[in-house]
Design a protein around this ligand. Structure first.
Ligand code: PFF
Length: 476
């Protein structure tokens, strides 16, 4: 086996790096938006149920396959299956998906960086104006921030798994927790915050519909960075002294806690702004919430803490989400990067440069999809809607392929690699695993129930996105 493969330096380093990947825009924005629209704690309960029942076993399977093969997803599928064509498709999907998700995530991360700089330099008033966001995303300044971000991400990736990714996570994750706590405590002390807390924590079961349940599963799956090849790749850097089950549980706990606290920050903030807020009017899009709705809310804090205070609050929030997005971004790019290193035997620097070269054109195509270039703005039309290039990347890779990748990994791990091998890998570094409840649960659920659920979600998403109807239409 490859003795020179890099490794995370410690258990804490691995957990923080994996949590850094998991904690992202999905937790800090996607979760609060969904919770606000879908019954508060009722959504939280369905979400937490899926994290434990569906997502944790998939996470463990991905990490085990990675650690066993010590390869990137393409190499992992190939080495276990002896290069069989069908399984190679699974490997390619688990490689291309993170690459394409990284492309569109890069665009969002650039905007976050720009909004942080905007808030810290006293522009909050302008940022809260309705036309600001639309003008900003069509301005050339996005390219300046893009170049800055490319250098930051390239530098971290070129520094390696331990000195780059792990070190970044060790600095940014604790910083992120402290910032999140401080912002949350501050918001909770403001007038009307209680209305938001009640709205969030008193479950409204009546909002739970088949669609909400399906959203909660999608949100949980995405939030834990599943189906993106990340945990296969990170698993390949985990020492055989560590317990995979223990690590996965910690990552899920950290990720869900951050989502919970993000809800406790954003919902009361919305109600401080306007106690009569009708949350059904909130857009389901995280993008419009972060970049158009929240600046307005932050600006309104000036009546309580002054313009400087409101600007500091806004800057801290954007920096928080930027840090979360940055640690997610490096984790996802490490997947294709490790494939360049493993499969093409390129040095790290050459891999980083090749990856950057491949990604840059696509990132620019996504960046100009918001009005700058008509070809990419009106790229195509399906599901009764006009779609930009950016929309297509999200619809195909983010919404549709993720559950398919989850389905493939379950079938591969349980029916091709086989349960006994999964158990053997999970027992390494974890003497209590054999015979434990976790083992029984993982073995029982990963064989049929979880892949069946993921397959249904995949088919349903294809119907919704590309054919304009949902399977759940037939249930309600
Ligand atoms: N778990 C991440 C989030 O919640 O934002 C998902 C993710 C997206 C990870 C994009 C990495 C990434 F590049």
């Amino acid at each position: 086996m490859d003795n020179q493969r890099e490794q995370f330096g410690s258990k804490l380093g691995f957990i923080l790096a994996a949590a850094g990947s998991a904690v992202g825009i999905g937790n800090l924005v996607g979760f609060p938006v969904n919770a606000a629209k879908s019954g508060g704690a009722a959504f939280l309960m369905v979400y937490a149920f899926f994290v434990v029942v569906i997502c944790l076993p998939v996470m463990m399977a991905e990490m085990s396959l990675g650690r066993h093969t010590k390869r990137n997803p393409l190499g992992a599928y190939s080495s276990v299956s002896g290069g069989q064509f069908l399984w190679k498709i699974g490997g390619w999907l688990a490689l291309i998906t993170p690459f394409m998700i990284a492309v569109f995530y890069q665009v969002l991360t650039v905007w976050l960086l720009a909004y942080f700089v905007g808030a810290i330099s006293g522009n909050l008033q302008a940022m809260a104006a309705p036309a600001y966001f639309g003008n900003f995303i069509q301005s050339n300044s996005v390219f300046v921030y893009l170049v800055v971000l490319i250098f930051i991400v390239g530098y971290v990736l070129n520094s390696g798994v331990q000195k780059g990714i792990e070190r970044l996570a060790k600095i940014l994750m604790p910083t992120l927790f402290v910032m999140l706590m401080l912002l949350t405590i501050f918001v909770l002390t403001l007038p009307n915050a209680l209305v938001g807390i009640k709205y969030y924590l008193v479950p409204d079961i009546s909002k739970i519909s088949p669609e909400v349940i399906s959203n909660a599963l999608g949100q949980a799956f995405f939030s834990l960075s599943l189906g993106m090849g990340i945990l296969i790749t990170y698993g390949s850097y985990v020492s055989r002294k560590e317990s995979i089950a223990g690590g996965a549980k910690m990552v899920a706990l950290v990720d869900t806690s951050v989502a919970f606290f993000a809800g406790l920050l954003i919902l009361p903030a919305i109600f401080v702004f306007n106690p009569a807020t009708d949350t059904s009017e909130l857009s389901s899009s995280s993008v419009s919430l972060v970049f158009t709705f929240l600046p307005k809310i932050f600006l309104s804090l000036q009546s309580i803490v002054g313009y400087l205070g409101a600007s500091i609050f806004a800057a801290t929030f954007f920096l928080l989400v930027f840090f979360a997005a940055l640690t997610s971004q490096v984790s996802i790019l490490q997947v294709p990067l490790s494939a360049f290193q493993d499969e093409l035997k390129l040095s790290r620097l050459k891999s980083v440069l090749s990856l950057g070269g491949c990604a840059i054109l696509l990132v620019v195509a996504c960046t100009v999809s918001f009005g700058m270039v008509d070809y990419f703005t009106n790229f195509t039309n399906y599901g009764n809607a006009n779609k930009s290039f950016f929309d297509v990347v999200i619809d195909v890779f983010y919404d549709t392929i993720l559950p398919l990748n989850g389905f493939i990994i379950c079938v591969f791990a349980m029916h091709y690699w086989k349960k006994a091998n999964l158990n053997a890998e999970m027992s390494i570094g974890d003497e209590n695993f054999q015979g434990s409840f976790t083992q029984k649960y993982v073995n029982g659920s990963l064989s049929y129930v979880i892949p069946a659920v993921l397959l249904i979600v995949f088919i349903n998403t294809v119907c919704i996105k590309f054919f304009g109807f949902s399977l759940t239409d037939y249930l309600s």
